[in-house]
Design a protein around this ligand. Structure first.
Ligand code: PEP
Ligand code: MG
Length: 587
């Protein structure tokens, strides 16, 4: 039966394919396709992990203290039984052999299917065994990662039970596009999928400018976030359509709906091809104003995509992606230096703006950090606060960036500054990093230094910032979040996240005009810069430098080519003064 699920549109386009459900596990799980010749080794990895975990549980059983609650022994028995269940093992093998999933992915896919079967059981005792299964899978995943498997928490076990498995009836269709459906994906997960083959993404949670959504947008494939129960309503292998423009997923579409979306998909392709002709056209308005179109990147390997759409530099390299999903093992100076250098060399002489690490809030270092996060991570130890709290880590990054600057034009960008003393501490550490490199006799290059304007306090102290910095970059994603007190990652308040709120526009406008008045560079690198519906407004407010995902550059360029900034200047003032600016935007 056809039904649709509504969420938030985050990356445009239409995807049609089979759903792949990705279970969220507390252990980070890699998802990739293996080569057919790797099947045996991958199956063996699971068998080894299974033997190791069985052995470990037996040991636990034997060494159990005499006064341990009897439930604990029963719990371990249940876990042993699940591990020894041949049917489960065979079903996991199916994903590896027939679908060519890596072992971890195969395990979590099967977990998803069996967990649903548990959910549907009438007997409450059997239903509760789902938790045991999840723990067992988690133990296996940890074992495969070489981590110690955690001791189970004695959940309310009353009596041992058995699992009921159903045969998986899945046909093989490796050539069909795959659409990923998950409850949640961390930005690090998304980055992993970047090398993957998915034609679209849907997640239950997330806001329009959550970092997961931002990475989805950079992949240039249709994505919907905040789709609430999608991962519960969709079944593995369901046919789905993702309409990334409308923020809708259609499950089990009828032939008529399929035909309609097939047509829309072809139209979008034609539009893309038309835009691609603007690649080499200079971004100049009708009245001759030159506009700088820069790229936002997450990895050095993104630079070819930036060059391919004619970006004239990188306006935001989110360096934190080098730090995430590594079990807290931070990259050392050499690794960072090589990564920054690759980005700089990849941009072939064009400037690269490297932002120092912005960890925290919806970009935890890893899952453990996420679990341990304080109550209000967006207001906590995030971005520059995190860096200043660990000067040795920060100095390592600053040295690596300074060294990369010997290979091309590098600009340094500092996220989330609010206080004068944070600015001074940062600049003092930068001086110290230079001294350290001098002492070690290592070459480094000159840097332009910029600050992100992402909190209202910074926007309201723009004169102070301009005294210290060569340029400013407005991070509208956070500026909106902090001005309107809306968690950007929370789909429940996504409707209140409003780039056109008069207070937001006032802060953006004043930051631009003060920077322009002082002859300093100012750019917008938040998602507002990549939204073609807002290009004319930002031009009217005096902005001449936009940084966005490479995938958005051509659509924004098209708006610039059609714009007359003289006329837009007058109109933008009326938008600024309006109580409902949104009403004026499409006129
Ligand atoms: C922003 O806040 O607008 C920004 C560009 O930084 P990030 O999205 O990485 O927080
Ligand atoms: Mg930000």
């Amino acid at each position: 039966m056809t039904f649709s699920i509504h969420g938030l549109a985050v990356a445009r386009g239409i995807a049609i394919g089979r759903a792949v459900l990705v279970a969220s596990s507390r252990v980070d799980v890699a998802h990739y396709f293996i080569e057919p010749e790797q099947v045996t080794a991958e199956v063996a990895r699971i068998a080894q992990a299974r033997d190791a975990v069985i052995e470990e549980i037996r040991r636990l059983h034997q060494n159990m203290p005499k006064d341990a609650p009897p439930e604990l022994a029963a719990l371990l028995d249940v876990h042993l039984m699940l591990l020894q269940d041949e049917m489960l093992a065979n079903d996991v093998k199916h994903w590896i052999k027939d679908r060519l999933y890596n072992a971890e992915w195969a395990l979590t896919s099967q977990l998803e299917i069996v967990a649903r079967q548990f959910d549907e059981m009438e007997d409450p005792y059997l239903r509760e065994r789902k938790g045991d299964l999840e723990q067992v899978v988690e133990r296996l995943l940890r074992s495969m990662k070489g981590l110690p498997s955690a001791m189970p928490t004695p959940s309310a076990v009353k009596r041992p039970g058995s699992t009921r498995q159903q045969d998986l009836l899945l046909d093989d269709h490796l050539d069909v596009p795959l659409v990923l459906v998950a409850h949640d994906l961390s930005p690090a997960d998304m980055l992993q999928f970047k090398q993957s083959v998915f034609a679209g993404f849907v997640t239950d949670v997330g806001g329009k400018t959550s970092h997961t959504a931002i990475v989805a947008r950079s992949l240039d494939i249709p994505a919907v976030v905040g789709a609430r129960n999608a991962s519960h309503l969709v079944k593995q292998d369901d046919w789905v359509i993702i309409d990334g423009d409308a923020g809708v997923m259609i499950v089990d579409p009828s032939p008529i709906i399929l035909a309609e979306y097939g047509f829309k998909q072809r139209q979008a392709q034609v539009e893309r091809e038309r835009l691609s002709r603007l690649r080499h056209t200079p971004a100049v308005t009708l009245d001759g104003q030159k506009v700088e179109l820069l790229a936002n990147i997450e990895m050095p390997e993104d630079s070819p995509a930036a060059l391919a759409v004619g970006a004239v530099g990188v306006g935001l390299f989110r360096s934190e992606f080098l730090f995430m999903g590594r079990e807290g093992q931070l990259p050392d100076e050499e690794e960072q230096y090589q990564a920054y250098r690759r980005a700089v060399e990849g941009m072939k002489g064009l400037p690269v703006t490297i932002r120092t690490v912005d960890i925290g809030a919806d970009k935890p270092l890893d899952r453990q950090a996420k679990d341990e996060a304080h109550l209000n991570p967006a207001l906590g130890l995030r971005a520059i606060r995190w860096s200043l709290a660990d000067p040795a880590m920060f100095l390592t990054q600053l040295r690596a960036i300074l060294r990369a600057a010997a290979h091309g034009q590098v600009h340094l960008l500092i996220p989330m500054l609010a206080h004068g003393r944070e600015i001074r501490q940062t600049l003092a550490l930068l001086d110290h990093a230079r001294v350290q490199l001098d002492n070690r006799g290592l070459a480094y290059g000159p840097l332009k230094i910029g600050a992100m304007i992402e909190v209202p306090a910074a926007a309201l102290s723009v004169k102070l910032f301009l005294r210290y910095f060569d340029f400013l970059s407005i991070g509208t994603n956070d500026l909106i979040q902090y001005t309107l007190a809306i968690d950007r990652a929370d789909e429940l308040v996504a409707h209140l996240y409003d780039p056109l709120h008069p207070a937001v526009l006032r802060l953006v406008a004043d930051t631009i005009s003060e920077s322009v008045a002082q002859g300093k560079g100012v750019s917008v690198c938040g998602e507002m810069a990549g939204d073609p519906a807002l290009t004319r407004l930002l031009l009217g407010l005096g902005l001449r430098s936009f940084s966005m995902h490479p995938t958005q550059i051509l659509a924004v360029k098209q708006e610039i080519l059609r714009a007359d900034t003289q006329r837009l200047k007058v109109w933008a003032q009326s938008v600024l003064e309006s109580d409902e600016p949104a009403n004026l935007i499409n006129t």
